[in-house]
Design a protein around this ligand. Structure first.
Ligand SMILES: Nc1ncnc2c1ncn2[C@@H]1O[C@H](COP(=O)(O)OP(=O)(O)OP(=O)(O)O)[C@@H](O)[C@H]1O
Length: 260
């Protein structure tokens, strides 16, 4: 596979180069340290999973990466540029895309219109016909061509997830952040979603995802960052982190807890 950075307005990172670097990121909510001194790197072309028990700080970390929150401390680099003080829109234009778990597409608009909006947002100044064309290409890529004219509120959950990924890709990201996109899917559907994420990576987009379903993490992730109580407990391959006694202990203290 040849992975090249495709998105963003910053210079593309060659393969093996860091697309994201978090240095000591922290976020406090009053007295609660939701994310504490988190450091990791995300390499070009890599699928990186962030896992951890409920309340570990995964969503807060994703919000720090995408710019929903400003960190209480620490720095974030995107494609070698310090984006810590940049708002969400600027990070999006610089190549950071996010598929939201909660924020819904415009329900009354068609699938194609929703993706066109993403394309217009991701590339200011782009002409409407180009954005429409790009939306068609993304629907093809995410297996949604047959549903292009459906209103977004008519979609099944799996189709909805595909649309979310298409909308995020429409912003032309170098890095795609996914927040539990497998949630609620049946096993067969989850396998389709796994194939979709692999396809995203094959197209040269690095992927960082939060996931609770361990077989999905095992199948998808090149590397795993394990969080617990706001901190990084372990980092490594799936095999390495699941063999780490501290990780086993964080997941209810049993190896079975990790198989869930
Ligand atoms: N906006 C907020 N205000 C106050 N506390 C918050 C806020 N968001 C998250 N928290 C707290 O921060 C901690 C980390 O929460 P977070 O949602 O990041 O964890 P998580 O690992 O994503 O959990 P889950 O797997 O259950 O979604 C929790 O104790 C949570 O209650």
């Amino acid at each position: 596979m040849t992975a090249t950075a495709t998105g963003g307005t910053l210079s593309p990172a060659p393969q093996g180069v860091e697309v994201l670097r978090a240095e000591g990121l922290s976020k406090r909510f009053g007295g609660l340290k939701a994310v504490q001194d988190v450091s990791f790197t995300h390499k070009q072309g890599e699928i990186l999973a962030v896992i951890g028990p409920n309340g570990a700080g995964k969503t807060t970390l994703l919000n720090l990466l995408s710019g929903v929150y400003r960190p209480s401390a620490g720095r974030l680099h995107l494609m070698g540029h310090d984006v810590t003080d940049q708002p969400m829109e600027a990070r999006c234009h610089a190549g950071l895309g996010r598929a939201f778990q909660i924020v819904r597409p415009f329900p009354e608009m068609t699938v194609h219109e929703n993706v066109t909006v993403g394309a217009l947002f991701g590339k200011p100044g782009q002409r409407l016909p180009e954005a429409r064309e790009r939306a068609w290409a993304l629907l093809e890529r995410t297996g949604m061509t047959a549903h292009a004219d459906k209103a977004a509120h008519e979609l099944t959950l799996l189709q909805d997830k595909r649309l979310e990924v298409a909308r995020a890709l429409a912003t032309n990201p170098s890095v795609l952040l996914l927040d539990e996109v497998m949630a609620g899917l049946r096993p067969g559907e989850a396998q389709e979603a796994v194939a979709l994420v692999r396809g995203v990576r094959e197209s040269g987009v690095s992927v960082l995802f939060i996931e609770h379903i361990m077989p999905v993490v095992r199948d998808l992730a090149d590397r795993v960052v394990v969080m617990d109580q706001g901190q990084v407990l372990a980092q490594g391959t799936y095999r390495e982190v699941t063999a780490d006694p501290r990780v086993v202990s964080a997941y209810l203290g049993t190896e079975e807890g990790l198989q869930a």
